[in-house]
Design a protein around this ligand. Structure first.
Ligand SMILES: [Zn+2]
Length: 243
């Protein structure tokens, strides 16, 4: 945590931090206004309950519901069990960040037997977005590697955003730049947000920032959009006042 916060200070990062409420509170204590607290919902465990989530939002202890990792449990983004949470997020206008994309390679055989990469398709969000048109949802890891589906969903649903999570540093750089360029060439540079998906490696945050800054084909303005403008707009950073 200390190393991460050092990097956040050095590189001027404001970030969503996701974990249990206890962990997120501890980070907020240590990182102050750089930390935007978020916790996930999980229809399988039912914890936290919808009522608890509502209270946490109203008490301003939580700024987003993320990272929703139901894909790792084989639960699709459009699974009916997700409904009460989407309805709550839409009602309270709370952003939802959902993992849609890669797990560790082969994770279905060691860590998450129900993980299915086909659930990375952003087309699964169609049902969700048409039922909850005001829902502010973004797809973490941008639905990699299903670029056609990602482009289709971004085109058809102008409120949808993506982030570049782990794909910005964990893969061969050429693959990341190619995927990013596909989304940009299709016209969506204003809806791609930076994400580090820094799990237990503080320096992944720096690596992710550098991979955007060093992208050979991006303009300065595109880098700025990905690293700052798009997330500031999507998360409405100013109205949210961290303690
Ligand atoms: Zn993820």
């Amino acid at each position: 945590m200390q190393r991460t916060i050092q990097i956040m200070n050095a590189r001027n990062v404001v970030g969503l931090v996701s974990g249990s409420l206890e962990v997120v509170d501890r980070w907020r204590e240590a990182g102050g206004s750089r930390i935007l607290p978020s916790i996930a919902f999980d229809p399988k465990s039912g914890k936290p309950t919808v009522d608890e989530l509502r209270r946490l939002v109203l008490e301003k202890r939580v700024a987003a519901f993320a990272e929703i990792v139901t894909q790792l449990d084989g639960v699709a983004a459009n699974d009916p069990r997700m409904e009460p949470y989407y309805a709550l997020a839409e009602e309270l206008d709370v952003p939802v960040g959902i993992h849609m994309g890669p797990g560790p390679p082969g994770v279905s055989y060691f860590g998450a037997p129900d993980y299915r990469i086909r659930l990375s398709s952003l087309l699964l969000l169609e049902d969700v977005l048409t039922r909850h048109p005001k829902l502010r949802i973004w797809a973490m890891h941008a639905g990699w590697p299903l670029a056609d589906e990602a482009v289709a969903a971004l085109y058809a649903h102008p409120q949808l955003y993506v982030d570049i999570g782990t794909i910005s540093y964990a893969f061969p750089r050429k693959e990341f730049y190619g995927y990013l360029q596909r989304l940009i060439d299709a016209g969506f540079e204003s809806r791609i947000m930076f994400g580090s998906d820094e799990m237990v490696w503080p320096d992944a945050l720096s690596a992710a920032i550098d991979s955007v800054l060093n992208a050979p084909s991006l303009t300065r303005q595109q880098k700025r959009a990905i690293l700052y403008d798009n997330a500031a707009r999507f998360l409405r950073l100013k109205p949210f006042a961290p303690r």
